[in-house]
Design a binder for this molecule. Structure first.
Ligand SMILES: *Cc1c(COP(=O)(O)O)cnc(C)c1O
Length: 324
């Protein structure tokens, strides 16, 4: 298959003539296309009389995994085309987005700078930060109070001035160019299923991935992985900015298990059993929580009989904790 730039079904046309791609872009940005769509059948899906599938975006690339690959794709292409040399972005010490940006920057020849919240940076390197360094990312620790300014215009201008006018990508990697990359996952799925599923289920951190799916007019079940994730609804609808947004989005805020990256014994038990039954590895920060919530909904009889649901495995397995 050639370089899949953008699907014609997209509501956001991208000028393909801008992307005279070099081999390294093609190599990084067309691996394993399309990712597998696999049916998941077990006692609960049978009881709920639904058809559940998993879109295995965790297999999209060994280092730039899952939704981070989808979200970075057009940001990176655009950066390359506009002559950007350096990409600066933000994240915590276990950020999948930092990890993905470092790896992609290394392959594509961008200098990358990762701004990490101070106290996390000062701890001994996590596996994520170690990997980022190995990929050539320059890491900068800033204080907690400075980190809070990460989306402020003046703070960003200051960083730009200090670090040679880099392209600044926000924490989590969501920009308006992230949506078309995520939408391609939906178009792939439609082709694989030969129809549109009734629902997509996805974990939400910034909500950018949910927004990219919603933009295609699909119905999205978004599971907040953060405590107090109610703000995500407005966030997602603002990104999408389409008349169907509100009707097609269902945000679930009660499956965070204590907050971002926190977990409960119940969640870990669910993950272990799911992994054993389906031979698919999960992690407890994102996809594990989404599936936990989705399985509760199936048990509660949330879905009309015969519904088809695509659960998106957004990847991030390199962040899978080894300590439980
Ligand atoms: C970052 C991340 C998410 C959250 O994506 P958003 O677009 O920020 O909502 C979900 N799953 C994994 C594995 C991630 O790394």
């Amino acid at each position: 298959m050639g370089f899949l730039l953008f699907n014609s079904e997209s509501s956001q046309p991208i000028d393909k003539s801008r992307y005279k791609n070099t081999k390294k872009y093609v190599d990084l940005l067309t691996p394993n296309h399309p990712t597998p769509l696999v049916p998941l059948v077990d006692a609960i899906t049978k009881g709920a009389k639904v058809q559940l599938f998993m879109k295995r975006d965790d297999l999209i690339h060994p280092q730039v995994s899952g939704n981070k690959w989808r979200k970075l794709k057009y940001n990176l292409i655009e950066a390359g085309q506009s002559g950007v040399k350096t990409i600066l972005t933000f994240g915590g010490a276990r950020s999948n987005h930092l990890y993905a940006t470092a790896a992609a920057g290394n392959v594509l020849g961008f200098k990358t700078i990762g701004v990490v919240r101070g106290e996390e940076y000062n701890e001994k390197d996590t596996d994520t930060l170690l990997f980022c360094r190995q990929q050539g990312m320059q890491l900068i620790g800033i204080s907690r109070s400075e980190y809070r300014q990460r989306n402020d215009y003046e703070f960003i201008q200051r960083l730009k001035k200090e670090y040679g006018n880099p392209l600044v990508i926000p924490e989590g990697g969501t920009t308006h160019l992230s949506l078309p990359g995520v939408a391609e996952m939906v178009y792939e799925t439609t082709i694989q299923l030969d129809s549109k599923p009734d629902y997509y289920a996805v974990a939400a951190g910034t909500g950018g991935t949910a927004a990219g799916i919603l933009k295609t007019e699909a119905t999205v079940l978004a599971f907040s992985v953060l405590k107090g994730g109610g703000f995500l609804e407005e966030e997602i609808l603002t990104w999408v900015n389409e008349p169907w947004g509100q009707d097609n989005l269902r945000l679930f805020t009660e499956y965070h298990h204590g907050g971002y990256a926190r977990y409960t014994p119940e969640l870990l038990k669910f993950i272990k059993e799911f992994e054993q039954e389906h031979s698919v590895l999960l992690e407890h920060v994102y996809t594990g929580k989404m599936l936990f919530g989705l399985y509760k909904l199936m048990e509660y009889g949330y879905f009309p009989k015969g519904s088809s649901i695509v659960a998106v495995h957004t990847g991030g397995l390199q962040g899978r904790s080894h300590d439980h």
